[in-house]
Ligand binder design. Structure first.
Ligand SMILES: [Ca+2]
Ligand SMILES: [Ca+2]
Length: 238
């Protein structure tokens, strides 16, 4: 699960819902619109009166997640959910994706491990992830030769994943080895991950970061969970 890694600002700026029914988790009351609150209330009440009814059965006609509705990456987000690559970011119903949150290196490890169905590895590859919920994913990724540290013996699981790092991880994960004409972007010249960025471009996984010119890749920029979904869709052909 991607639990507990949601940034605090993902809950801000939203109108509070009805201040009733304290047995419902507070985050739901503050997060959801009134209409969704009513739907949730109905399901909760059904669960109270109908034996076997499940609150987890709550679903949104717009797909798995509520918070990606209308997002330009919504189709990609739903596609990677259907493929089992993400389970969202919700603490309660697995119905939130937090599309605007920035991807962390730990989250990326989990998504890549699920995408590649990598087996567990008993080795302790990094020291700084020992308390991370993503340690198992990171170890699996390292054993497969995909994960790389942010420093010696460190993986920095809570650090934001940068686009250059993403390129390196995807190239290692999916084996893109053709650089094409090379030097597709001007702003990565001499960058640690320039060779992988060019391979990612040649494979058609990235177009660049400044459309329509797309002459730059922005290798040191973080990326959102929504953007990451689209990269996975392209890499996996979903
Ligand atoms: Ca470790
Ligand atoms: Ca270049």
């Amino acid at each position: 699960m991607l639990r507990g890694r949601r940034r605090g600002n993902s809950r801000s700026g939203l109108a509070p819902g009805p201040a009733v029914l304290p047995e419902l988790p507070l985050l739901l009351v503050t997060k959801w619109s009134t209409s969704r609150f009513i739907v949730a209330l109905a399901v909760v009440l059904a669960a109270m009166v109908v034996p076997g009814a499940s609150v987890g059965a709550l679903s949104d006609p717009g797909g798995t997640f509520f918070d990606d509705d209308g997002n330009e990456h919504e189709a990609a987000i739903e596609a990677i959910a259907a493929a089992g690559i993400t389970r969202g970011c919700s603490d309660v119903f697995d119905d939130l994706y937090c599309p605007d949150d920035l991807v962390t290196r730990g989250q990326m490890a989990a998504m890549l491990r699920r995408a590649l169905e990598l087996p567990a590895d008993p080795s302790n590859w990094f020291d700084d992830d020992d308390d991370s919920i993503f340690e198992g994913d990171i170890n699996a990724l390292a054993a497969a030769g995909i994960a790389f540290g942010c420093d010696e013996a460190k993986y920095c699981p809570d650090a934001q994943l940068l686009r250059g790092e993403m390129a390196e991880l995807l190239v290692r994960a999916f084996g893109y080895d053709d650089p094409g004409a090379g030097d597709f972007f001007a702003d990565d010249d001499g960058h640690t991950f320039e060779a992988s960025i060019d391979r990612l471009k040649e494979a058609g996984i990235t177009r660049g970061c400044n459309p329509p010119d797309d002459s730059q890749f922005c290798p040191d920029r973080p990326l959102t969970r929504a953007e990451m979904a689209t990269f996975f869709v392209r890499a996996l052909g979903l």
